[in-house]
Design a protein around this ligand. Structure first.
Ligand SMILES: Cc1cc2nc3c(=O)[nH]c(=O)nc-3n(C[C@H](O)[C@H](O)[C@H](O)COP(=O)(O)O)c2cc1C
Length: 193
């Protein structure tokens, strides 16, 4: 659902991105998924460390899809209708000196942002999820020490909200909201509006 509260013009890709829970029963091709991760690959990062990693599976690859799905909490069960799932992982220390990378999560977020916009450009939607079991993900996906599972994503074509249970349907069609600009961007000094 596209926000109706637009006041200042922003890029279409940003405006059109949103997070559905209902997905069409339609495959997402390997090439499309590769384009998402290629977009992530070109994000900026501190020291060009590129601390992002992704593990993904398409629905047709049932074993790997189910393994990713098993990491989600019950509240995210709607993601079983997605055409692909992925998990994003951050490398916690710099390659070049082994010191902690205090902006690894930040840079993984930048890469994921690229991925979301590329998905929008391809007519796809991605719904990110923090609701997953990190320990289980480490175990079943073989994520090594020094890497932190950060979020999961459900990828597909937005579907019909009518296919959702009532509680999810209400959230799917609710107007999207954001804090006003003057609560998040201050001119010159904290909380100067
Ligand atoms: C890091 C992160 C974690 C999220 N975790 C969940 C989640 O576990 N389950 C869920 O349904 N949505 C989750 N969301 C989606 C947000 O609720 C959604 O992005 C937010 O409400 C704004 O809606 P929009 O993406 O449609 O603009 C998550 C989003 C992000 C960025």
């Amino acid at each position: 659902m596209i926000s109706t509260e637009k006041k200042i013009a922003i890029h279409n890709l940003i405006e059109e991105r949103w997070s559905p829970r209902a997905f069409e029963n339609k495959s997402v091709g390997e090439e499309q998924l590769k384009a998402l991760f290629e977009a992530a690959r070109w994000a900026p990062s501190a020291m060009n460390e590129q601390p992002w990693r992704f593990i993904y599976a398409v629905k047709e690859d049932k074993e790997n899809f189910d393994r990713l799905f098993s990491c989600l909490v019950e509240g995210n069960s709607w993601a079983e209708n997605a055409s692909a799932l992925f998990i994003s992982v951050a490398k916690k220390n710099y390659d070049y000196n082994g010191n902690p990378n205090s902006v690894a999560l930040h840079d993984l977020g930048l890469a994921t942002g690229n991925l979301l916009l590329q998905a929008t450009d391809l007519g796809l939607h991605v719904h990110l999820m923090g609701g997953f079991k990190a320990d289980k993900a480490r175990e079943v996906l073989g994520i090594p020490e020094g890497f932190e599972p950060v979020s999961m994503g459900a990828v597909g074509y937005a579907g019909d909200p009518e296919t959702l249970p009532e509680n999810l349907k209400a959230r799917e069609v609710a107007p999207r909201k954001r804090k006003p600009l003057n609560e998040i961007a201050f001119k010159g000094e904290w909380e100067q509006k």
